[in-house]
Design a protein around this ligand. Structure first.
Ligand code: PMP
Length: 369
């Protein structure tokens, strides 16, 4: 058996139980691992859907150019179908996005334009404005607009929701997801609530975003808007894809908690997930008093750790932002560790620069091999 092209491998991502981090919770928590999509994120689901809906309605014509404002993952979700179907891609992103994401977009043939993060959405330099302008001025171009294009949430209504319902054998009680465009949470929630209106839907928001306050008070408060580091979730606009009526609660998570949790997910679960997955799991732990025995929580992990090697997984970057207190480990730290099962050390290599690997080869923790 084989797939006819890479697009046929989108979706049907696995649910994997979280075993260690959620030990203190009374219920089962499983993660929906969207990194198993071919572009390594949840956005593969909406890329193909927005393109095929636009083809059907004549908004995207053969040989056309796709212009989108994207933090990276949607770009990849659009770029893969563009390769298979023969479209050109221009993506507009912000200078806060991971370098890795931009490099990967260029690797799949897209042109990437970087705009400043700290300007308002109406500013002509903002990535919303630049992408809109490019799409109106470029001939034969299509602007998917993942924020307001309802094909986004429809993709999740048609795939993510049914997958979760079937994979949990209709036992899911809570769905937790980070909210950016709102497509993931709203489309999935619509499907799940149609099946069982008692399922709780919790959206994860960032400090610096308007969602939580808007949901709770109906007020769009510009004082809620300030810069933050977490990528992919939280907004300074209200995208049409967010259906606030389907979301039972928004939980805000700090950058620091999100980044530390992202690292714990890889270290303690062996799951290589991205930064917003750390936010989502952190937010769930903040809500632990709302959970009871017998609950089955599905947390959506939106993308892969490889997109954040220069950030969450870079100790120096983490220390510079005050997210990590620990100092870099030196050879002497290792030697001084009482529990170190050190079996042999080449003393010369301890004091010569460039021999770090050599020392590590001789260090076997707790005497285990
Ligand atoms: N996590 C990451 C890493 C993302 O890129 C996005 C998309 N902005 C989200 C979560 C949120 O998904 P959605 O846009 O469907 O709300």
């Amino acid at each position: 058996m084989y797939y006819n092209n890479i697009l046929e491998t989108i979706g049907n991502t696995p649910l994997v139980k979280i075993n260690n981090i959620t030990k203190e919770l009374p219920c089962i928590v499983v993660a929906k691992l969207e990194e198993f999509n071919p572009g390594n994120s949840v956005k593969d689901r909406i890329g193909i859907k927005m393109i095929e809906d636009a083809e059907r309605t004549g908004r995207l014509k053969p040989g056309g150019t796709i212009v989108e404002g994207t933090s990276g993952n949607t770009g990849m979700g659009l770029a893969l179908p563009a390769i298979i179907k023969g479209y050109r891609c221009i993506f507009v992103t912000t200078d806060k996005q991971s370098r890795e994401k931009m490099d990967m977009l260029r690797a799949v043939g897209a042109e990437v334009i970087v705009c400043p993060t700290n300007v308002g959405p109406e500013d002509p330099r903002s990535y919303y404005s630049v992408s809109k302008r490019l799409s109106t001025e470029m001939p034969n171009s299509f602007y998917p607009n993942q924020y307001d294009n309802l094909s986004n949430r429809a993709a999740h209504y048609e795939s993510t929701g049914p997958e979760i319902w079937e994979q949990t054998e209709s036992k899911i009680t809570h769905f937790v997801a980070g909210v950016g465009t709102g497509g993931t949470i709203s489309g999935t929630a619509k499907y799940l609530k149609e099946k069982n209106p008692n399922i709780k839907i919790w959206g994860i928001d960032t400090y610096g975003s308007v969602f939580k306050k808007y949901h709770e008070t109906g007020e769009f408060d510009t004082k809620e808007i300030y810069p933050y580091i977490t990528e992919g979730i939280g907004e300074d606009i209200l995208p049409a894809n967010v259906d606030f009526s389907l979301i039972d609660h928004f939980e805000k998570v700090t950058d620091k908690d999100a980044f530390l949790m992202t690292r714990r997910i890889s270290k303690e679960e062996g799951i290589l997930a991205g930064n917003s997955s750390g936010s989502a799991l952190s937010g769930l732990l903040q809500m632990k008093d709302e959970l009871k025995t017998g609950d089955l929580v599905v947390v959506l992990f939106a993308d892969h750790a490889s997109r954040y090697t220069g950030k969450a997984f870079n100790d120096e970057w983490m220390r510079e932002r005050g997210f990590l207190d620990s100092k870099p480990v030196t050879a002497l730290d290792i030697l001084n560790r009482k529990d170190a099962g050190l079996i042999s050390i080449d003393m010369v290599s301890l004091f010569l620069p460039g021999h770090k690997e050599h020392i590590w080869q001789h260090y076997i923790p707790n005497g285990q091999e």
